[in-house]
Design a protein around this ligand. Structure first.
Ligand code: MLC
Ligand code: AMP
Length: 503
């Protein structure tokens, strides 16, 4: 089934109820308006020749039109490829070359970037712009389109989306996510988290990643409930709207930022039946402080781009701080040792998952895909975990070299490749430091080609900013005579973290 069919099942009954409301601009759309706008985009894409599976790459600000575009792409049978608005031209060029989209939608400010990319790629795309809601060539062209559209048939295994995710080696990989993956995970979460009529979601996450786009939007749309849509997380603005919400989803930084506000009180949180956290570890102290302040126990869950959501603390049972709860219904989670043998309760090992939520593989990378699966079909997440005697899963570390900063993933290798190319840098090692706001921040140890040479932190940062998104750029830089290495010659990142990674 096409995911759109399922997401929109309750739209006509919900008709005049509010689907999405943007406090920052005052804009608000009903379900009827959202469905009509999605149909206009589906008609526009169809008139421009979209074929099932064609990629539609999108780099736009969050808004009601952006949401309708996602739905329109699904409806027209296309594959939605959202891109972080922080990506640099260099990063975008790679995604476009790799994914070969038939369409690109971007802000007017980015159209010259994509036009020149279009001149440089083999497979050309049609370019539309979308700025704030209602503005841009995409909106102008869609305005005259019919407001209904017959959803294109898609199978469970057909691709609904491609999301790029970096890796421990080299360039990002496109995770192929099917209609069936998203629908099964959305339905499980709807049930597991007890969504019911009247639920209103406070949505302040970006809609170019799994958390904001699939977890949050799928639940609210399947439930035909209102979303209070913020372009970005601003604690003060979020606090103003919190009394109008019943569910909030966020990365841990959202919760630590709320707690730093003196005026964040029990009364403000009273109407919210469920606070959900994910994408990065929630500290026990945040969980405890939040409960002390609001009387609510944050529900932590665990997932990833390739798998959607895998585990969740229970809605009604005990939510245990420092754990990510039970495997979701239909998803198998297991902990294996280095020889791929099962480990006992409480033992730490490689966390693997299997289920209808697990993706279809990496776009045009069959070898990479094969490497990440076991012979019996489990996906190797790269996380290290345990399952206790009661069945609660905990994430205790990562076997992959990954930094998670404010819910965004940064693979050190990608940053090291940029640093190593800068004149005067002999070699570098990128590692995490403890960051009070983002949980982890990006730090770099640099060895200069000539220890006397001029090379300052600001120049290195500026050079990185030209190449990679701002959240990947090192905020802490140390210059060393040499990198710490073990007897095998491998850089010891744990030593760097111990010496230079403390707050
Ligand atoms: C922004 N900046 C960051 C950053 N976000 N730096 C490190 N880590 C981050 N997460 C930098 C910018 O580059 C900029 O740098 C400066 O901070 C100000 O930018 P901003 O956009 O104004 O920041 P802010 O609004 O404060 O954003 C912080 C944030 C945001 C935490 C609210 O990053 C956010 O919404 N994160 C959520 C990410 C998310 O949705 N992850 C889910 C992935 S899905 P400069 O130098 O220019 O000043 C997934 C699966 C799962 O992981 O399980 O859910
Ligand atoms: P991404 O590749 O952006 O989808 O990020 C997925 C990774 O985020 C996972 O492999 C985990 O390492 C991490 N992650 C997600 N949720 C949690 C959580 N609740 N606790 C700890 N780590 C998490």
């Amino acid at each position: 089934m096409n995911l759109y069919q399922a997401l929109s099942e309750k739209f006509s009954a919900a008709g005049d109820r509010v689907a999405v409301r943007m406090p920052e601009t005052g804009l608000q759309w009903t379900f009827k308006q959202l469905a009509e706008r999605a149909a206009q985009y589906a008609n526009l894409l169809t008139e421009n020749g979209i074929k099932p599976g064609d990629r539609v790459a999108v780099q736009v600000e969050k808004g009601a039109d952006a949401l309708a575009l996602y739905l329109g792409v699904l409806q027209s049978g296309g594959t939605y490829l959202p891109m972080n608005t922080a990506y640099t031209p260099n990063e975008l060029q790679y995604f476009v070359e790799n994914a070969e989209p038939a369409f690109v939608v971007c802000s007017t400010g980015q159209s010259s970037v994509f036009s020149s990319i279009n001149d440089n790629v083999k497979s050309h795309f049609k370019l539309f712009t979308l700025d704030q809601d209602g503005v841009g060539t995409l909106c102008d062209s869609a305005d005259s389109m019919a407001k209904s559209f017959e959803t294109v048939e898609r199978d469970d295994n057909d691709l609904a989306s491609i999301l790029y995710t970096s890796g421990t080696t080299g360039r990002p990989k496109g995770a192929m996510i099917s209609h069936g993956n998203l629908l099964s995970n959305g339905k499980v979460l709807l049930d597991y988290w007890g969504w019911e009529e009247g639920d209103t979601l406070l949505h302040a996450l970006p809609i170019f990643h799994v958390h904001g786009l699939f977890v949050a939007c799928s639940c609210a749309l399947l439930n035909a409930g209102e979303m209070i849509f913020f372009k970005k997380f601003d604690a003060r603005m979020v606090m103003e709207e919190l009394p109008n919400a019943t569910v909030m989803m966020g990365v841990p930084t959202f919760y630590t930022r709320l707690l730093t506000e003196q005026t964040f009180t029990r009364e403000l949180a009273e109407n919210v039946r469920l606070f959900i956290s994910g994408s990065a570890p929630l500290l026990e102290e945040t969980f405890n402080e939040f409960e002390a302040r609001t009387g609510k126990r944050i529900l932590e869950r665990y997932g990833m781009t390739e798998t959607g959501m895998n585990t969740s603390n229970p809605l009604d049972g005990e939510r245990i701080a420092g754990t990510v709860g039970y495997p979701l219904p239909g998803t198998e989670v297991r902990i294996m040792d280095g020889n791929n043998k099962p480990m006992g309760a409480g033992e730490v090992g490689s966390l693997q998952v299997k289920g209808p939520n697990v993706f279809q593989g990496y776009w045009r990378m069959p070898e990479k895909t094969a490497e990440e699966f076991t012979a019996d079909g489990f996906f190797i997440t790269g996380d290290l975990g345990t399952i206790d005697a009661k069945g609660y899963v905990s994430i205790v570390g990562r076997s992959k070299d990954l930094i998670i900063s404010g819910g965004y993933n940064i693979y050190p290798k990608e940053v090291e490749m940029i640093l190593n190319d800068i004149e005067g840098v002999d070699e570098s090692a990128v590692f995490a430091f403890e960051h009070p706001d983002f949980g982890e921040g990006v730090a770099a140890a640099i060895v200069k080609t000539d220890s006397q040479a001029e090379l300052n932190k600001e120049d290195l940062i500026a050079a990185c900013k030209e190449q990679i998104a701002g959240f990947k750029v090192p905020r802490r830089i140390v210059f060393l005579e040499e990198l710490p290495r073990n007897t095998m010659g491998k850089v010891q990142k744990n030593v760097l973290r111990d010496l230079y990674g403390k707050q």
